[in-house]
Design a protein. Structure first.
Length: 376
């Protein structure tokens, strides 16, 4: 489907050539990932109407798709020959919607249809946006008229009892009156993630110290050197997990898990791939500024593994490096390397919660307030 936009009013005047008596109920912006292109993330305007879901895609989808080979659609006429703005639009009719999976901490959700082409993950990176969209979707689905279920109306006691699930997943699945399933994270899913975190941290008694305090979808800002020697930044999607003792960055497959019913084989990628992990007590300071990305937070770590923080603090406070022993002086002077994480956290609520929880844990571990520095 091709959406047509008037050049002056942009999204306020949209021509959707679908059916009559169709009303727009909700609109939001989000990053989206299609099931068939699990590594391709693109910005989209998501419009919920009384008949369908419309995903108006950023023009970048054309260039990105050419590089990955995931998108086969082509424009059939010249942009310069028309007074309208053209954009690709993915449409999923509400009658084809089968389930909605809500991600951990309401950071994203997945819309699942009957096939891979009709399955897409929406990375809102904001719990309020996710909650609002799900509530609006439920309200619209309540207006749909669906054919009766093919199951027999009268069921005997044994048939009805045999259909009951004994697992805990039943407590996290809501079957809407429209027969669309709304599935929320279970304790098993949280437990699996906790186990993965425990495998990748350095603390003893990993399972006891790897309890997850916060799960946030963010972007890692990477500086790139261009041919003109000018600095250019790129945003790489990452999942940030904060535990009582550690901070971890993962690359995550948001659209392939849990495995849809139509899937014939397991996904090519693991759900979580660790890219970096640092101890909270190795955090030196946190930088917050308003240049380039106002929503960016820079975490500066001492690049030391298995470092005895207590001895370092005693050295800093009670002994000048020049008066220390030769071994200690050599260790202290050479230990000037730092590792910086510059993370773009879009949601103000997530940023505030991250800083608050991190400051609390840092103070518990280091017995002093977390250094927060504001940059211009």
């Amino acid at each position: 489907v091709l959406c047509l936009f008037t050049p002056f009013y942009q999204f306020s005047s949209i021509v959707l050539l679908q059916v009559e008596n169709e009303e727009l109920k909700h609109l939001t912006w989000s990053s989206v990932i299609f099931y068939k292109c699990s590594e391709l993330e693109v910005t989209a305007c998501i419009m919920l109407s009384t008949k369908a879901l419309y995903f108006v895609l950023d023009d970048a989808i054309v260039q990105l798709a050419d590089q990955t080979g995931c998108w086969n659609e082509q424009l059939s006429f010249d942009r310069e020959q028309t007074s309208l703005l053209l954009s690709f639009c993915f449409v999923l009719k509400l009658n084809d919607l089968q389930s909605v999976h809500v991600g951990l901490f309401d950071q994203y959700f997945r819309i699942t249809g009957p096939s891979a082409e009709q399955t897409v993950a929406c990375l809102t990176r904001d719990s309020y946006t996710t909650h609002t969209f799900v509530q609006q979707l439920m309200a619209v689905l309540s207006l749909l008229e669906r054919t009766p279920s093919p199951e027999p109306v009268e069921l005997d006691f044994y048939t009805e009892f045999g259909k009951k699930s004994t697992g805990q997943m039943e407590n996290y699945e809501i079957i809407h009156s429209s027969r669309v399933k709304f599935i929320y994270p279970s304790e098993e899913e949280v437990g699996d993630l906790t186990f993965i975190v425990a495998e990748n941290i350095q603390e003893p008694n990993n399972l006891q110290t790897s309890n997850i305090l916060l799960y946030v979808l963010a972007f890692q800002v990477k500086s790139l050197e261009t041919s003109s020697h000018a600095s250019k930044s790129s945003l790489q999607p990452k999942t940030l997990i904060l535990t009582s003792y550690d901070m971890l960055l993962f690359e995550e497959d948001y659209v392939s898990y849990p495995l849809p019913e139509f899937a014939k084989e397991p996904p090519q990628r693991d759900k979580y791939k660790l890219t970096d992990a640092r101890r909270i007590r190795d955090l030196d300071r946190v930088l917050m500024g308003y240049q380039t990305y106002p929503q960016a937070i820079t975490f500066v770590f001492d690049d030391v593994q298995n470092r005895d923080l207590l001895s370092d603090m005693m050295l800093d406070h009670f002994e000048h490096p020049l008066n220390a022993s030769s071994a200690s002086r050599k260790y202290h002077c050479n230990d000037s390397s730092e590792v910086q994480w510059c993370l773009f956290v879009a949601s103000p609520e997530s940023r505030e919660k991250l800083i608050a929880l991190l400051a609390r844990q840092w103070e518990l571990l280091c017995s002093r307030e977390l250094p927060l520095e504001l940059t211009g």
